[in-house]
Design a binder for this molecule. Structure first.
Ligand code: IMP
Ligand code: MG
Length: 422
């Protein structure tokens, strides 16, 4: 603190929601800076389970929260989560939504689904929430922004322009039903009234908070390896989850960020397609999935599971400038006698590297070089501090820290809010 970015150091689902929830309790403002309802944050607070997709996790503790320009917004999901806040007794006026954020329109969802179908075996395995097509239209400058719904005339014009092109694509390329201008316009005009009170200048609000010396937390969605520029392209999301994305996504300068906390599981999971060197081949994968409850929050898909990959984590330290790490779900490893850890990749020419390969073909063919650490084979429930962890569990954590050259600030040992050891 005072300003900290929390970023996924792997392929997502590292338990960021829980870490952000924890840090949000000492923060004055929590900011989402990229992504949309492709994220699924599960937070267990005061015995209640929250599943959030669009809102920053800070809302769970009633902390003022913003959704930055770098985000894409599904208006229906946003409003549903506003309702959820009200139901649970949290004043929704803590939420501020950037007028520059782009709206996920119904055709984006249709195109996401249809294009994945068309790709067949080459599919990316997206969450099918329209994320990629929305960011594509943003870059093509035919997107519809949150502020557009505030003016019915502008809104209609923008939908008309978009549909003139989208309906052609839908009918001719994707063999899908076209959308009706009047229907879409009426639907979004009706959202306008409900969304309007939350729309504001996020960049200004964050700048003011920082100037006032407030504690500001930036919450990344997805993760490093899913970054559009620096992840395992094309098996990535369409935004920049890495820490520097916080500056562009919210509208502040990079000099305003003080700390970058990476969040990593004590092992690795990945949903969707793409290379995954430390993926477990054999029955331990299913065991890890069961023990860790590794099923997608948004899609319910089985997550692919692997042992910890220090090559990919070292890369996350580099591209995010991580200053420390939170290692989550250490308790899930309690069931294993031996814990392989991927310390290097062996490349096709037989050479070994500690550095993440810059070329996709090297990464696709990389073989893990394992170091086998001893397990602790005991539950971690009794530990209320790092010192009380079994020796082997502490060694595991120390091994990761020394391999990465950054401190491990937090260790997650259970699902509940208080099962994080500082
Ligand atoms: P999209 O973000 O829906 O376009 O999906 C692109 C890739 O990112 C796919 O491999 C998804 O499984 C992955 N992805 C997107 N959001 C998340 C997330 O919150 N957790 C884990 N994987 C995600
Ligand atoms: Mg998730």
């Amino acid at each position: 603190m005072p300003s900290t970015v929390v970023v996924g150091a792997q392929w997502g689902d590292e338990g960021k929601g829980k870490i952000v929830d924890l840090l949000a309790q000492q923060s004055d403002l929590v900011c989402r800076y990229q992504g949309g309802p492709n994220a699924g944050h599960t937070i267990v607070a005061d015995g209640e389970t929250w599943k959030l997709r669009q809102m920053p996790s800070g809302v769970v503790s009633g902390t003022p929260s913003v959704i930055g320009a770098g985000c894409v917004v599904d208006a229906q999901v946003f409003l549903d989560e506003i309702d959820l806040l009200c139901e649970r007794g949290i004043d929704p006026s803590i939420v501020l939504l950037s007028g520059n954020a782009h709206l996920i329109m119904p055709w984006h969802v249709t195109i996401d689904q249809a294009s994945e179908r068309r790709l067949g075996s080459l599919q990316i395995g997206t969450t099918r929430r329209g994320i990629g097509p929305t960011y594509a239209d943003k870059a093509s400058r035919i997107g519809i922004r949150v502020q557009d719904v505030l003016d019915a005339k502008i809104l209609r014009q923008k939908i008309e322009v978009a549909l003139a092109e989208k309906n052609l694509w839908l009918e001719r390329i994707y063999d899908a039903e076209p959308f009706d201008l009047e229907e879409v316009w009426a639907q979004y005009a009706s959202f306008a009234e409900r969304i309007a009170p939350y729309v504001g200048d996020v960049s200004l609000a964050v700048d003011r908070a920082l100037r006032a010396g407030k504690q500001v937390l930036f919450e990344g969605a997805q993760a490093t390896m899913l970054d559009l520029d620096h992840g395992s392209y094309p098996f990535v999301t369409s935004s920049n989850p890495i820490a520097s994305g916080a500056a562009t996504g919210v509208g502040i300068g990079p000099t305003r960020i003080d700390h970058v906390l990476g969040v990593s599981k004590a092992y690795v999971t990945r949903v969707g397609e793409g290379p995954f060197p430390s993926e477990i081949a054999g029955p331990d994968e299913a065991r890890l999935r069961e023990l860790g409850g590794e099923y997608g929050t948004v899609t319910g898909r089985e997550r692919r599971c692997g042992w910890l990959d220090l090559v990919a984590l070292r890369y996350a330290v580099r591209v995010n400038g991580l200053t420390s790490l939170a290692l989550t779900k250490l308790d899930v490893l309690s069931a294993f006698d031996e814990l392989p850890v991927c310390v290097r990749y062996r490349l096709r020419d037989g050479s070994e590297t500690e550095d993440f390969p810059a070329h996709q073909s090297d990464f696709h063919h990389a073989q893990p070089v394992w170091e086998h650490l001893v397990g602790w084979a005991a539950p971690l429930d009794a530990a209320s501090s790092r010192e009380e962890l079994p020796v082997a569990a502490r060694s595991y954590v120390d091994f990761v820290a020394s391999s990465l050259g950054i401190p491990i600030e937090l260790v997650g040992v259970g699902a509940a809010r208080d099962r994080v050891l500082a």
